[in-house]
Design a protein around this ligand. Structure first.
Ligand code: GLU
Length: 399
């Protein structure tokens, strides 16, 4: 057939984090002892109280359509969480529950973008941002932050990148893939530019509970009325409650934007899964001890990974302050020889690690940084140790 398919869809790169994870699972199914530093997916079971709420939803027949933008019960739980944890006042009509963080972002850009509108994305960025923006007809504008800036967008750089087509900037703190956390002062600088230049801020706070050390997570929308009005705060249950497969995300925004997102969603998915919404309400309103247990364990793993990287040749990393990733500079590996063959790129290094060392890592070309790779430490301590031993063996064999 000669019929042309969608140019927009053809321009989208498939998610490499998911592809790497799928490959690791495939190799494991073939009996290989693969260590997966790939997707950021907590290894813990979803806490029992959350699972029980889902089972009760099924047995009690809560298995029908819900309101398109989510149940009143879950919206109330989200409002309470925003108030108590983020110091943000949103009413239920400002909340849209969606099928996961990616879907929330898809809704946001469907609601705010017109064809050709620019969205500023600080690099390193989570690989799905540019693709989601493009799917909504927008144009991603990448602004690279250096290691000297701890990979965080500087207010001046944001201001310089703004044109008369700029509609929004994405801020992701704690950050995937770097684990960096913006300070209040840094966020105030960005908020000031956003207000003055009249652009939206899309604040992706999916890792908000996973913060280590002294610094606290701050929601940019909490820094004043003007920035509150132009921020869409986005989060979800996957990372903090080990609920990746349940697919529940949510946003807090102006009523106007929430209404548009709700309308879009009503045609796209009818509503988020009813059972998962019951589980999410329990996650947010029920006991929070499991969140702290997981956070503390991630912190132990983070310290261990950093110690190991510190002792390895040819690689280095800035200490992450949140999320569960270490962003590793592997530029010195490029040009070294492995088994007589030159390692041409970090992506090539990742291929060697999976094929010859049974270890999956994420090369960060799709995150805007060709010479870095990302390690997710959301896997067990034993697996981490085994994987770090293998990476170290690989590095020591290089010539
Ligand atoms: N967000 C996680 C990651 O970056 C899960 C995979 C994905 O959705 O990209 O690994």
């Amino acid at each position: 057939m000669s019929l042309e398919l969608s140019k927009k869809a053809a321009a989208v790169k498939p998610s490499s984090t998911l592809a790497i994870t799928a490959r690791a699972k495939e190799l494991r199914a073939q009996g290989k002892d693969v260590v997966g530093f790939g997707a950021g997916e907590p290894d813990f079971d979803t806490p029992e109280n959350i699972c029980e709420a889902a089972i009760a939803a099924i047995t009690e027949g809560f298995t029908k359509y819900t309101p398109a933008s989510g149940t009143a019960e879950l919206k109330e739980a989200v409002c309470k969480k925003f108030r108590e944890f983020n110091h943000l006042e949103y009413g239920p009509d400002q909340i849209v529950i969606s099928n996961g963080g990616k879907h929330s972002l898809t809704n946001i850009f469907a609601a705010i973008l017109n064809p050709g509108d620019e969205v500023i994305i600080p690099a390193p960025y989570w690989l799905s941002y540019p693709e989601i923006v493009k799917l909504a007809g927008g144009v991603p504008v990448i602004v690279t932050a250096t290691e000297q800036q701890d990979f965080k967008l500087a207010a001046d750089d944001l201001e310089r990148a703004i044109t008369d087509r700029t509609k929004a900037v994405i801020i992701n703190s704690p950050n995937n893939p770097t684990g960096m956390l913006y300070t209040e002062e840094e966020l105030r600088g960005i908020a000031d530019v956003a207000v003055r230049k009249d652009i939206y801020v899309v604040s992706d706070e999916i890792y908000e509970h996973l913060v280590y050390g002294e610094q606290r997570h701050i929601s940019i929308a909490s820094l004043g009325k003007e920035i509150y009005d132009r921020t869409i705060t986005c989060s979800g249950l996957a990372k903090s409650y080990s609920m990746t497969g349940w697919r529940i995300g949510y946003t807090g925004s102006s009523r106007e934007i929430a209404k548009l997102m709700g309308s879009v969603q009503s045609h796209q998915t009818s509503n988020p899964n009813s059972i998962a919404q019951k589980a999410a309400a329990e996650a947010l309103a029920g006991p929070q001890d499991s969140v702290e247990v997981m956070r503390a364990e991630f912190d132990r793993r983070r310290k261990y990974v950093m110690e190991r990287i510190h002792d390895m040749p040819l690689v280095s990393a800035v200490e992450p302050k949140g999320a569960f990733y270490v962003f590793v500079d592997a530029s010195q590996v490029i040009g070294k020889k492995h088994g007589g063959v030159t390692v041409e790129s970090v992506s090539g290094m990742a291929d060697i690690l999976i094929n010859e060392y049974d270890t999956a890592v994420v090369p960060c070309g799709d995150f805007g940084f060709e010479n870095h790779l990302r390690l997710s430490y959301a896997i067990s301590h034993d697996m981490i140790r085994k994987g770090m031993d293998r990476i170290e063996a690989f590095l020591k064999e290089l010539q």
